[in-house]
Design a protein around this ligand. Structure first.
Ligand code: NAD
Ligand code: GLY
Length: 360
């Protein structure tokens, strides 16, 4: 068992990382303090893992909510359906919500838990690589609004995160690669040793070797822990976790969330951030090439995106949530494992990067 402890005073918790955790009834049940448990999952994950998880709560009053799969479920309508259901039961303030699934289920369930009767406990059981290395950790929860992603939400830390690496064996390769974008991100922003380890061991990771996968999840959670402990609500250093995200979000929006998974757009965005850092003279060509090479080996795109207008991307970037008081902040690189929050970046250099990464 690998464990990572997050120290946030009363909101502290442990992340458990191992094989066969979903069959550990004692571990799962130990996090449901009250009598009632509500497992929230989706129609893809339920047939795979709901029975295993439910078995742990045979002594509890168990309710299950199985939602439609997909990002479009993460909205206020679904939020209200879940709240209506829980009020109808009725669930009391000692109830525990179990989020069983990827980031969509985790974000939505965490937001329900933050607000149901002013807040009840919730447990994250992430089943995608992205959720195990990023979204289940750190307490960002919420739903989308038609005007943009994650526009409604709350910081709400879970009681625990239970990352069973066996669940990744049913995840398709494309989704696994999307999660790798966030793992490589931790290496690029602050962990040269992880980056070098990935360069050496990428084949074992992509073959989902259990030891290698557990290692990258643990290192990713430790990196996220170190940042979240310093800056839980993103007033400063937590923004570094957004390397590649401002470019990536613009690409996702411009392609109507149809062409790229989030991790794929972040991968192109990281290649763009490296390219811009190179243009500013902050890193060399070799570092740029190393990042792109590793992303490619993880099955991720780094090439220019066809059919996109650089001016449209520029406009979308200006509307990003990371823009504060009209100032565009970009996460850029000073080296592999060394990143900065940059303001007032030379506009001509930004435009040159946008042009280099778009084509007709
Ligand atoms: P997702 O939840 O949509 O899961 C991806 C796909 O994998 C879905 O079809 C899902 O049903 C399926 N799936 C899940 N587990 C599976 C398994 N073990 N086997 C087979 N299929 C499985 O997507 P995601 O990439 O996990 O998460 C993306 C979401 O996370 C977005 O909404 C994003 O905004 C959010 N996010 C949140 C944070 C945060 O800090 N809270 C960080 C990053 C991303
Ligand atoms: N995924 C970015 C963050 O949690 O801050």
């Amino acid at each position: 068992m690998k464990e990572v402890h997050i120290s946030l005073g009363e909101r502290s918790y442990d992340i458990h990382i191992n094989s066969q955790l979903l069959t550990d009834k004692k571990l799962l049940a130990s996090y449901a303090a009250g009598k009632q448990v509500v497992v929230i999952t989706n129609e893809t994950v339920a047939p795979l893992y709901l029975d295993q998880v439910s078995a742990a709560f045979s002594e509890h009053e168990l309710h299950t909510i199985v939602l439609k799969d997909g990002e479009s479920t993460k909205n206020l309508d679904t939020y209200k359906e879940i709240i209506d259901f829980m009020i109808g039961v009725p669930c009391d303030r000692l109830s525990t919500i179990i989020a069983l699934g990827g980031g969509v289920i985790g974000d939505l369930s965490g937001f329900v838990a933050a607000t149901y009767q002013r807040g009840i406990s919730f447990v994250q059981i992430p089943t995608t690589l992205l959720a195990q290395v990023d979204s289940s950790v750190g307490g960002k929860t919420g739903v989308n609004h038609p005007s943009g992603k994650n526009m409604i939400g709350a910081f709400n830390q879970p009681k625990t995160v239970i990352a069973d690496i066996d669940t990744l064996l049913t995840l398709d390769d494309r989704q696994f690669s999307a999660g790798m974008a966030e793992v490589i991100k931790y290496g690029a922003i602050r962990d040269l040793a992880l980056f070098q380890w990935l360069e050496t061991n990428i084949t074992a990771v992509m073959q989902k070797d259990a030891e290698a996968v557990a290692h990258i999840i643990k290192r990713s959670c430790e990196n996220k822990r170190d940042i979240v402990e310093q800056d839980e609500q993103e007033h400063g250093v937590r923004a570094l976790l957004n390397l590649g995200h401002t470019f990536g979000h613009a690409i996702e929006t411009a392609t109507h969330y149809q062409r790229f998974l989030h991790g794929e757009a972040v991968s192109i965005g990281m290649a763009m951030a490296a390219d811009l850092s190179l243009r500013l003279g902050w890193i060399g060509q070799e570092e740029c090439d190393r990042l792109s090479a590793l992303l490619k080996k993880a099955g991720l795109p780094v090439e220019p995106v066809s059919g996109l207008d650089p001016a449209v991307l520029r406009e979308l970037m200006q509307g990003d949530k990371k823009v504060l008081d009209g100032t565009l902040r970009l996460i850029l690189m000073k080296g592999i494992g060394d990143s900065v929050i940059a303001e007032n970046v030379d506009g001509a250099s930004i435009n040159a990067t946008l042009e280099a990464f778009t084509s007709n």
